[in-house]
Ligand binder design. Sequence first.
Ligand SMILES: O=P(O)(O)OC[C@H]1O[C@H](O)[C@H](O)[C@@H](O)[C@@H]1O
Length: 494
Amino acid sequence: MPDQPQTPTPTLSQLFDAEPDRLSRLSLEAAGLYFDLSKTHLDHALIQAGIERADRMGFDTARDALFTGDVVNASEGRPATHVAERGSGAPEDVDLATVRRQRMRALVDAIEAGAFGDITGVLHIGIGGSVLGPALLVDALGRRSSRLTVRFLSNIDGAAFDEAVKPLDPATTLVVVASKTFTTQETLANFEAARGWLRSAGVADPDGQVIAVTAKPDAALETGIDESRILQFGEGVGGRYSLWSSVGVTAALALGWDAFEELLEGAAEMDRHFRFADAEANMPLLAAFADRHYVEDRGCQGRGVFAYDERLRLLPSYLQQLEMESNGKSVTKEGKPIHHPTAPITWGGTGTDAQHAVFQLLHQGTVITPVEFIAVRDAEDDQDPEHHRLLLLNAFAQGAALMQGKASEDPQRAYSGNRPSSTILLEKLDPRSLGALIAFYEHRTFANAALLGINPFDQFGVELGKQIARQLADDADTESLDPSTRALIKRAGV
Ligand SMILES: O=P(O)(O)OC[C@H]1O[C@H](O)[C@H](O)[C@@H](O)[C@@H]1O
């Protein structure tokens, strides 16, 4: 039989020509965010295919289960209750989260009222999900308003400790130790180092300046922290979904309680959008359709996220954990192998800096990477408006250039174009819009997981390396190891 002639896939420019309503259909607004997906290859057919796939994969049921507190994390036999932290979950989960938040508020109020003396700084110790969220919040929103000097400490490297404590005065620093499990090696080692730092500075009662945030209060108690200074959060709140819980206490201290509440309200608004908007206009779901298309149909194994706003410079690293730890899996939630790619590598940086470093590959490289620009319409009042105008124009110019390309007789100077991007524009960067933005990414991750049939709430992949490191730290027996690793250990003398 002769080969059927293949219909060429339309380019982005051709899609705009063919679909007069393209921009209006693919530029969505919700919870203070404008999300323009029109420069992706999503078209009617792909959206319909996505909706059919969502039906086939039981997306509606999975989404209901998330919001009604059913078990969505089957491998660990529990619900995912981060949505309840912002009032969107099952009533009993919301009630429990509210009680815990009231306790947290009482502690924040007490600290502000001087119950811990004159506090001028916070040393927040935690790693992974116990630090990336609070660091993003404080960096994004606390630049002008933070009343405290806040430092985040995660790495076990002593150099990180030295740098973190440098601007802090031990006598007036509150130490927040955040760890869901309260067993994490780095966090416990840094906690011990912080105690030593307080002690050697002559602080009479070092533990009196410590707050623990954990899902395992007994483990925190065992380290000697008083019950009155332990803030508990639920087992159902995954680390990378935990900034809404008491893990956010550092942000609440730095930004003020009202700001923390507004953050939760912004996230709740995005929860409502994700839960109730039709599929064709559902931001996280449409974004997931585009993600699946690029990863599975076009072989794009990466997604570049570029914040065209210095205040959002930590967003790419926050999203790396959220997306790669959630969906970087190769089996379904039933344990069946998945025979196509799952999560792309999330990477990125800050615009305009990244334009002068990595955009060459985005415009002319052989690897096509969908790009996401995140920008904020309004600058801060005291920012130079002309700088801000140039910043935004640069972001938009990059998206246009990626799509339109430029022909040239000189191949070195030719741009193929037809390279996809999406743009998220916030009206302004405030707690509410940042809450909505982060919740948007959570739900996009969840929607991808549902379309793939995987459980986004466990992370067994991180265990093996930790186990081997722990084993080596306890017992120098290297016999079971490969020759390369043995040689490295010997050479480093560790
Ligand atoms: O909060 P902790 O229990 O200390 O865990 C901190 C982090 O470490 C683990 O290795 C996981 O990869 C992360 O998901 C988690 O957020």
